[in-house]
Design a protein around this ligand. Structure first.
Ligand SMILES: Nc1ncnc2c1ncn2[C@@H]1O[C@H](COP(=O)(O)OP(=O)(O)OP(=O)(O)O)[C@@H](O)[C@H]1O
Ligand SMILES: Nc1nc2c(c(=O)[nH]1)N=C(CO)CN2
Length: 166
């Protein structure tokens, strides 16, 4: 089994319900074991600023599904939650990014792991550090990366203990 960390975000529709439904899908997917969930954070949009606030979480799963097939699972769950890609980095009911998959490094036209922008995003690293503060980029712990990120002020705790299924 592999240890995988995911980042989930929603800023369209019932954001919390979208996150719950996505986690429910992951939890009940064959070959995926839900291990840890972060609290929910409300976060200022980065990249494309003219959109509503996001709710973001990080999730740890164990899985025997390989990285490329896991991406297909992620895309299927996004489709199930009616994700539409209207504007790059724009509003979405749900977005699921694969952050880390064991210690593998992948970079091709389909999949890049570690996720290429995770280290510069407080909305990713703050929930991730709740799950595992010992994750490092090289020799640097993520809490020390967070301290340097300009968007860390835009990440606010929204709700803890928000999911009953785990
Ligand atoms: N680690 C990854 N996790 C999820 N998708 C990835 C990853 N690496 C590459 N991709 C590819 O990126 C494509 C576009 O992803 P998406 O439209 O969700 O980008 P985004 O989430 O809006 O922006 P960002 O990638 O900056 O978070 C996906 O269809 C997928 O093929
Ligand atoms: N706060 C926040 N900003 C974003 C997010 C997100 O999940 N949260 N996702 C993006 C594209 O993946 C772009 N910008």
């Amino acid at each position: 089994m592999s240890e995988v960390y995911l980042s989930l975000g929603s800023n369209l529709g019932d954001r919390e319900e979208n996150l719950k439904r996505a986690v429910f899908e992951l939890e009940h997917w064959e070959g995926i074991i839900l291990k840890k969930l972060s609290p929910i954070y409300e976060t200022k949009p980065v990249g494309y600023l003219n959109q509503d606030m996001f709710l973001n979480i990080a999730v740890e799963v164990e899985t025997n599904i390989g990285p490329y097939d896991l991406l297909k699972v992620v895309n299927e769950i996004e489709k199930k939650l009616k994700r539409e890609r209207l504007i790059r980095w724009g509003p979405r009911t749900i977005d699921i990014d694969i952050l880390l998959y064991d210690d593998i490094e992948l970079k091709d036209e389909v999949l890049t792991i570690p996720h290429p922008r995770m280290w510069e995003r407080a909305f990713v690293l703050i929930p991730l550090s709740d799950i595992n503060p010992f994750i490092k980029k090289g020799d640097v712990y993520i809490k020390d990366l967070i301290a340097e990120l300009p968007d860390k002020e835009g990440v606010k705790l929204y709700k803890e203990n928000w999911y009953n299924g785990v």
